[in-house]
Design a protein around this ligand. Structure first.
Ligand code: MSP
Length: 648
């Protein structure tokens, strides 16, 4: 057993929408790696979590009519939220961080101050471009065709007083790190970073915002909130206890052994993050691995395109292990891969049902049939055929380890399935059913069965990081007992001679391709139609009763000058004093359409100023996303209801 440590992280997920299969991809890969290192005897820390601040969340929460914290709570902790998904996918993370956790918030304030005190953060003026969906600032020279270089969407002008991080100061050290070490993998990503970001010259980074409030306040200048990437990247150290008392694991686990990240966030992890750590005087992570994307029909899956694949649906239908296996076996980790239902079903059928499942069930059935479930203690000697199989199984661990150590999950599984194929062929070649016909072959038959069981056992030990629950079932069927350790997989012959097997359920049922494809088609279109957000955490009736929602009549409605979003309403709320409310619905209604209508408004919200005008309350509307578009309708009530009536 080694006592060496291994610290692995996933990106922390942005809970603006429910997670899709693309998000699950990285976490499943990190889980396989964490389980593999535990199997090897390492002391593993596996961290994942959620990145919960930023303007996008603030906007989404306001559209949903809830506070940002309520909004993120529902997606992180609510039914079928982020935590539920990781539980379902059998993710073995040791820690889960939310950037809204108090200890993280306090630590970020200290980190920001430390970089300010050491002169790496200074106050300046930000003039540039901002990509709202990516929460990224860009200089004019970084734009591609005037658009965000990451996502290709429109950017907007931004100018304000802001704090800056002296990224430029670290340019040479970062270039050296990227070019002369294997800090960033795969290697192709190094060229991308150097050519696109280092060569044009690293500019200082704007690290605070004043135009929204849903972020961690800079404690010495509270109008500013910390740029969401400074907040998010630091999770990798705050979750170990850096600048907080919640944990005390920095000495033990830092630096991280590897950060797994998607390719579009490599820039943050391989340039900004090491520069921050240099500024804080901390050691750098040993590696950042930028994996590829799961594509759908050749394009990126995204909520706004309406083409996301729901991991719940697939895991519930085919089993968690089948889905995990598919993700790890089908796609090379460093490159993009195209997701399809056909590919998923075909993997389940060929590798799991036909190759592995069949090998296990045939072998167990034969041991039951020919030996009443228990092998004898004495066998005949090995023949060349046996040696071919046992040699392959005996050397499998080495080949597998080489692939796993370079994060080549697909190839590691490829090595295992070569041996499984060899074992299936071995059955056809040795024809145990013919051996069984003659009592004189009994020892030979026992040898054949033993070789098969032991091959299955070794393969199953090495499959544990990928399909842990199924492996437990296989161990139960082949009578592996406690022989499931890494050490026991290094040599052929650990299984006791008189091993007993047990018949069990079919572990990987075959899937009817045609029928399933039709079903999936129906289910996914049904899901799209019902694309409703999760129910928010419950509130007490007393809390609900505090909301003063009234029937109002629209006395007048007009556009607000210089605003594309706002309409200004004057309402009769029954009090006799006209009430002014501004509402961001100009995209959906022309003012004249709303004159004289009976609407509902919550009256006791704090007054707000928008475009210099007072707004005293909020009109209620129904909001829904469909095909990536937001649809909004004002709640209209029966005109016979008098103004001022309370809704309850
Ligand atoms: N919050 C940031 C990460 C901060 S880490 C300090 C973020 N969050 S995210 O939710 O938008 O994305 C999380 C991860 O999911 C990213 O690594 C991203 O690449 C990955 N994926 C999102 N869609 C994906 C696919 N379709 N395929 C594979 N991974 C994808 O970025």
């Amino acid at each position: 057993m080694s006592n060496e440590k291994f610290y692995i992280t996933t990106p922390i997920y942005y809970p603006s929408d429910k997670l899709h299969i693309g998000h699950a991809y990285c976490t499943v890969c990190a889980d396989a790696m964490a389980r593999y290192m535990r199997l090897r005897g390492f002391d593993v820390m596996f961290l994942t979590g959620t990145d919960e601040h930023g303007q996008k969340i603030e906007d989404k929460a306001s559209a949903a009519g809830v506070s940002p914290k309520e909004f993120v709570d529902s997606i992180v902790e609510g039914p079928r939220g982020v935590r539920d998904l990781w539980k379902l996918m059998n993710i073995s993370n040791d820690r889960f961080i939310r950037t809204t956790d108090d200890y993280h918030v306090a630590a970020i304030q200290k980190i920001f101050r430390k970089m300010y005190d050491n002169g790496d953060i200074y106050k300046g003026k930000y003039v540039g471009k901002y990509c709202k969906p990516c929460e990224s600032f860009w200089t004019e020279s970084q734009l591609v065709d005037g658009k965000c270089p990451d996502c290709g969407r429109e950017v907007q002008d931004a100018e304000e007083e802001a704090y800056f991080f002296r990224l430029s100061k670290y340019a040479d050290r970062i270039r050296d790190l990227l070019e002369n070490t294997d800090f960033l993998e795969p290697r192709s990503r190094v060229h991308e970073m150097v050519n696109n970001f280092i060569e044009p010259g690293l500019e200082d980074l704007c690290v605070s915002r004043t135009s929204f409030t849903w972020g961690i306040p800079v404690d010495f200048d509270p109008g500013h909130v910390v740029y969401v990437w400074i907040d998010a990247l630091s999770n990798y150290i705050t979750a170990l206890g850096y600048m907080n008392d919640k944990y005390d694991d920095m000495d033990k686990y830092w630096p991280a052994d590897v950060h797994f990240v998607g390719k579009e966030i490599v820039r943050f992890h391989s340039i900004i993050w090491p520069a921050m750590l240099m500024s804080l005087g901390l050691p750098l992570p040993k590696k950042v691995y930028g994996h590829g994307w799961l594509l759908l029909d050749g394009g990126k899956m995204s909520k706004s395109k309406g083409n996301v694949v729901d991991p719940y649906l697939l895991a519930e239908r085919y089993g968690v292990d089948a889905l995990r296996f598919f993700l790890l076996r089908e796609f090379p980790f460093g490159s993009d891969g195209n997701f399809s239902n056909e590919a998923l079903i075909s993997r389940i059928n060929t590798d799991l049902a036909n190759s592995l499942g069949n090998l296990v069930s045939r072998t167990v059935s034969m041991v039951i049939k020919y030996f009443d479930g228990r092998l004898p203690e004495s066998y005949g000697g090995q023949e060349p055929l046996d040696q071919e199989l046992t040699g392959a199984a005996g050397s499998l661990r080495g080949a597998y380890q080489q692939q796993m150590d370079s994060y080549s999950f697909q190839s590691a599984l490829g090595e295992i399935f070569k041996v499984i194929a060899r074992a299936n062929k071995f059955i056809d070649e040795t024809e145990p059913w013919r051996l069984a016909k003659d009592e004189a072959n009994r020892e030979r038959l026992a040898r054949v069965m033993y070789d098969l069981l032991e091959t299955i056992r070794i393969c199953t030990v090495l499959l544990k990081p990928f399909i842990p629950d199924s492996c437990q079932k296989i161990f139960g069927q082949i009578g592996a007992g406690s022989l499931t350790s890494w050490d026991s997989a290094g040599e052929f012959g650990a299984l006791p001679a008189d091993t007993a097997v047990q018949k069990g359920d079919v572990i990987f049922p075959r899937v009817d391709m045609e029928q399933e494809l039709r079903e999936l088609e129906k289910l996914t279109s049904h899901q799209e139609e019902n694309n409703v957000p999760p129910v928010l955490p419950e509130v007490s009736i007393d809390d609900f009763a505090k909301c003063d929602i009234r029937v109002c009549k629209v006395l007048s409605c007009e556009n607000v000058k210089k605003s594309e979003k706002l309409l200004k309403f004057t309402l009769d709320d029954g009090s006799g004093v006209p009430r002014q409310i501004l509402s961001g619905i100009a995209k959906y209604y022309k003012p004249e359409e709303l004159m004289g209508k009976t609407v509902a408004a919550i009256l006791n919200l704090p007054a707000r100023k928008m475009m210099g005008l007072d707004s005293n309350g909020m009109l209620l509307s129904a909001v829904r996303e469909s095909g990536g578009q937001e649809e909004l309708r004002l709640i209209m009530l029966d005109d016979s209801i008098p103004a001022g009536s309370r809704l309850c």
